[in-house]
Design a protein around this ligand. Sequence first.
Ligand SMILES: Cc1cc2nc3c(=O)[nH]c(=O)nc-3n(C[C@H](O)[C@H](O)[C@H](O)COP(=O)(O)O)c2cc1C
Length: 148
Amino acid sequence: MAEIGIFVGTVYGNALLVAEEAQTLLQEKGHQVALFEDPALTDWQAYQDKIALVVTSTTGQGDLPDSIAPLFHEIKQQLGYQPGLRYGVIALGDSSYDHFCGAGRQFDALLQEQGAQRLAEVLTIDAAEYPEPEVVSQPWLESWSALI
Ligand SMILES: Cc1cc2nc3c(=O)[nH]c(=O)nc-3n(C[C@H](O)[C@H](O)[C@H](O)COP(=O)(O)O)c2cc1C
């Protein structure tokens, strides 16, 4: 049993839906899972030696949604090395935009810079191809949870 924090960035609620379904799936696997809709740095710090799952859409031109942008900047400015953290990223986007899944990719790049351990490749979900994102996220989560 692992402790997992799910950190959500959303504008219209798609990423929240994916995050809620991820919470249910991971709980069914026996993990202790908390979901943060407006995550603060203190929420993140509670998982420094545990597991974080970032589920974020992209807005603007490759930008982070307002619900998760402050966390990203605080991690960048206030935390340094996070070698004890294991993490995953589910990035929602739309390939008709430039900077496809830019927010999720930025988060991944930051955590890589800070020495955190990525459990599996970032999952990118293209809204142009998959109007129901959970069709893609559910199988990915099944394999991701096996790596925990
Ligand atoms: C104004 C706007 C800007 C967007 N910009 C991007 C973008 O730069 N890159 C991308 O991959 N997707 C972009 N998207 C697509 C969203 O990330 C995608 O529709 C996602 O599923 C929305 O999830 P949410 O409901 O959790 O916010 C944009 C969507 C809107 C409405």
